[in-house]
Ligand binder design. Structure first.
Ligand code: MTE
Length: 380
């Protein structure tokens, strides 16, 4: 039974407090049970066991937003392209639908995924492994829009705003993306996610897809693209989502001038199955499986260890091998010894990068990508 004091605490702290009391994950409309980092605005983590398919279904896809989710009316929504262009545009959803559409499979990961693993702890959402997902996005190339608007040769950035607004001390979410990335054929304004119109929570009616770059650039509910020689001076570009130019000692402060904007993604792999802490039977075959992604590169290899990293064996990679999209890996293991086993996964990519045993600490808690480790007890 809840005491009156506990109820007051729930009402005061928001529903997420219920989760803290062991009530299990709360349900959000259109979502399977998720791990709730925040209930308002919704920040929802995908439980790692959902990562057993190449495409992460929309109802299992993680959610991250800094500000209350806007309600966008498709009829009155407009996308404005302005700034350093010869032909400023105000486009309706129908205008965008009439333009050539391309499909881009790509993995979306929040820069803070894995933050919970850093020591000393870093403030911010304590994502474990599930602030990531892989989807097929469909929409209009940004390069086509820039051509239509007559982008000036001197423009260096597209500054993007969405329909969400700053609230109290939380500023508006505005992101700048350099022209070289905007002109890439896989950078799109998506109208669809996995064959369906973008769900409201993922940016309906249109969001930016910046394949191979961390999620902060993937502006949802996008309404404005302003070309400029200058990048945004706003908090979410000029201050947040910055990474040290050289590794600081864990826990130390880094001067703003020694930080740079995050571009790209870390090479990462995670086990989806078996669950950490689960049990297996000696002599019974068990399939280990997970996902690996490499930002703008491709995953070329995943190795697995069943003895805490002494011996490594190649895992099998799924046939899907696209730039920007993750690959699934599987490894069939028949445990031959009783006891607690530490299973590890380690990815290598097409640029020769290898996942580190321990990735560098940084004050934002971004880009976590240490070799994944889970523990399984093998019973006789
Ligand atoms: N776009 C807007 N307008 N507002 C936001 O707060 N969050 C960004 C990005 N786009 C954000 C946004 C961040 S930090 C991430 S990780 C991704 O959206 C998450 O996308 P998702 O919720 O569809 O998974």
């Amino acid at each position: 039974m809840f005491s009156r004091r506990k109820w007051m605490k729930v009402l005061g702290a928001g529903m997420s407090a219920l989760d803290g009391w062991g009530q299990g994950p709360l349900r959000f409309p259109g979502k399977r049970p998720m791990l709730v980092q925040n209930d308002f605005p919704e920040d929802l983590e995908t439980p790692v066991e959902y990562f057993d398919t190449w495409i992460t279904p929309n109802d299992a896809f993680f959610v991250r937003q800094h500000l209350p989710r806007p309600k966008v009316d498709a009829g009155s929504w407009r996308l404005k392209l302005g700034g350093m262009v010869s032909n400023p545009l105000t486009l309706t959803l129908d205008d965008l639908k009439k333009m050539p559409q391309v499909k881009v499979p790509a993995t979306l990961e929040c820069a803070g995924n894995g933050r919970a693993n850093y020591r000393p702890k870093v403030p911010g959402l304590q994502w474990s492994k599930g602030a990531m997902g892989n989807a097929e996005w469909r929409g209009v190339r940004v390069a086509d829009l820039l051509k239509k608007a007559g982008a000036a040769a001197g423009a260096k950035y597209g500054n993007f705003n969405g329909a969400d607004h700053g609230v109290a001390k939380t500023p508006d979410f505005i992101r700048s993306i350099p022209m070289r990335k905007l002109m890439h054929e896989a950078t799109i304004v998506a109208l669809e996610m996995n064959g369906a119109p973008l769900p409201e929570i993922h940016g309906f009616p249109a969001r930016l897809i910046v394949p191979g770059w961390d999620g902060a650039s993937w502006v949802k509910w996008v309404t404005e693209m302003d070309l400029s020689e200058e990048s945004s001076k706003g908090f979410y570009f000029a201050t947040a989502y910055r990474y040290p130019k050289f590794s600081p000692a864990p826990g130390s402060a880094v001067k703003p001038e020694d930080m740079e904007v995050l571009e790209g993604m870390a090479l990462t792999s995670y086990f989806a199955r078996p669950a950490h802490g689960s049990t297996a039977k000696k002599g019974s075959p068990l399939r280990l499986q997970g996902v690996a992604y490499a930002g703008e590169n491709r995953v070329s290899r995943v190795e697995v260890s069943t003895d805490g990293g002494s011996k490594w064996i190649d895992a099998k990679l799924s046939p899907q091998n696209y730039p920007f999209a993750w690959r699934l890996f599987t490894f069939d293991w028949t445990p031959s010894a009783q006891g607690y086993h530490i299973l590890c996964s380690k990815a290598t990519d097409s640029a020769g990068r290898v996942q580190p045993v321990e990735c560098p600490w940084n004050p934002g808690g971004y880009m976590y990508n240490s070799i994944d480790r889970i523990g399984v007890t093998v019973e006789a």
